[in-house]
Design a binder for this molecule. Structure first.
Ligand code: AMP
Ligand code: GLY
Length: 428
């Protein structure tokens, strides 16, 4: 089967790497892809916002499965356009992708379905937002309603911060995404991510992971798209996973099915493990980046089979995904200045040396310039390794990373720290 993968980041490199290993994969196309992806796929220029062009490409190249990596084309309804022409697509249609595309949509759905999450108020102007802030008091969370590349959320510890965030949103900082906002109760606890595949009715648990969203060590500094991750996340115990499935995921899938907009694809949820139990922080309608990288390193099942079954509503008929018991851990190397103004064009070397002992380096924001590899984005490389514990995977990932020559890059040195601390305290 010919497969078209859309996207260009580390998530898509990990997906391409795994898709290409499947005996069911004939030609793998990636649009636009990146230099890492081009090692396992044929990269092509294709504008994902031009639905007719994507359809024409799929027709001309007898594409049997389209895998949509990032959220923007999903929220934009590309999956619907392709399905209308009879193509099998991995990823939700526009209506169900609102789970990520509109924070307010998700909060309303949680309320209707009785799903545990933070209390909230939807607001469309600054006066209403200020009234909501007064109602909750600090700390409080302010979210632009729409897609804002992970930058639309402020966790305000003081009223002054909260008011500044509200002013920012309604001054148009996030454009369309900030025409509306959600003011939320602050939840306290440790965060974890969980992934499940669903074809609209059947739900198949996939894996857990823990991301590191802040740019600085010890979880300090501004939010980013994610500076590193590991999977599985033992903090999400089997009992908590069952609770997440039964109290959050299942009612969400049922509600969307009842609404006539079934969700097909991967559901990615951020949960806060609060004293009252797990509560939903947010949904995303695609794999996490960099969570996908660690899950793909652990996945032992055929990814083409899983995603194709999901796209064709056949999840109930296939075997559940199998994962290695190992931990996989990835460290993001970002360009200096990220997340604000990453320095572009810095030279990158030493990738073969980094992979010499079994680590895998996924490309996130790289480009070829006159035949040499350079940084072209904020997050540049994902140095990923496996081990029998988080500490072992961490040691291997950093050993590999230290062989990379990327003078204009930086990374956090503490990815996995919460779990490493727990492993250490268990041993003593
Ligand atoms: P989101 O984009 O909704 O995942 O929010 C980004 C980050 O903000 C999350 O990963 C949390 O760390 C934090 N956050 C979001 N909502 C809340 C909340 N209600 N209480 C505490 N922290 C939150
Ligand atoms: N790493 C978080 C995300 O993909 O949204």
């Amino acid at each position: 089967m010919n497969i078209l993968l859309l996207g260009s980041g580390g998530r898509e490199h990990a997906l391409a790497w795994k898709l290409a290993q499947s005996p069911a994969c004939d030609t793998l196309w990636a649009a636009p892809g990146n230099p890492g992806i081009s090692e396992v796929a044929t990269c092509i220029a294709l504008d994902a916002t031009d639905h007719a062009a994507v359809i024409a490409f799929c027709e001309a190249n007898v594409v049997g499965l389209v895998v949509i990596g990032p959220e923007a084309p999903l929220v934009d309804g590309l999956a619907d356009s392709l399905r209308a022409e009879g193509f099998a697509v991995f990823g939700p249609g526009k209506a169900a992708a609102q789970l990520e595309g509109s924070k307010g949509f998700t909060k309303d759905l949680c309320e209707r379905a009785g799903i545990p999450t933070a209390g909230y108020v939807r607001v469309t102007d600054e006066a209403a937002a200020r009234a909501a802030l007064a109602q909750f008091g600090a700390p409080v969370v302010i979210k632009a309603d729409g897609l804002a590349a992970g930058k639309g959320v402020t966790v305000a510890m003081t009223m002054a911060e909260a008011e500044a965030a509200v002013a920012d949103i309604f001054a148009g900082r996030f454009g369309e995404a900030g025409a509306e906002a959600v003011i939320e109760e602050f939840m306290e606890g440790e965060e974890a991510s969980f992934f499940a595949l669903t074809d609209g009715s059947t739900i198949v648990p996939f894996a857990s992971a823990q991301d590191h969203k802040r740019v600085g060590e010890g979880d300090t500094g501004p939010n980013t798209g994610g500076m590193g991750a590991y999977s599985p996340a033992p903090v999400l115990t089997p009992a908590l996973e069952v609770e997440v499935l039964e109290r959050i995921i299942a009612p969400t899938v049922r509600q969307l099915e009842d609404d006539g907009t079934p969700y097909s694809g991967v559901l990615f949820l951020g949960v806060m493990l609060t004293r009252e139990g797990p509560k939903l922080i947010e949904y995303n309608c695609r794999f996490g980046d960099p969570e996908c990288q660690v899950m793909m390193l652990r996945l032992e099942s055929d990814l083409v089979e899983l995603l194709h079954a999901c796209a064709e509503n056949r999840l109930a008929a296939i075997e559940a995904p199998k994962f290695s018991q190992d931990t996989a851990l990835t460290v993001v190397m970002a360009a200096k200045g990220y997340p604000d103004t990453p320095e572009k064009g810095g030279a990158i070397g030493g990738l073969a040396e980094a992979e010499a002992d079994g680590a895998k380096v996924f490309h996130a924001g790289t480009a070829l310039k006159d035949g040499a590899l350079v940084a072209s984005g904020g997050r540049v490389l994902n140095v990923t390794a496996r081990g029998g514990s988080v500490r072992e995977a961490q040691a291997r990932a950093y050993a590999a990373l230290d062989r990379i020559d990327f003078p204009t890059g930086f990374c956090r040195r503490d990815i996995g720290w919460r779990e490493v601390a727990r492993e250490t305290s268990k041993e003593s």
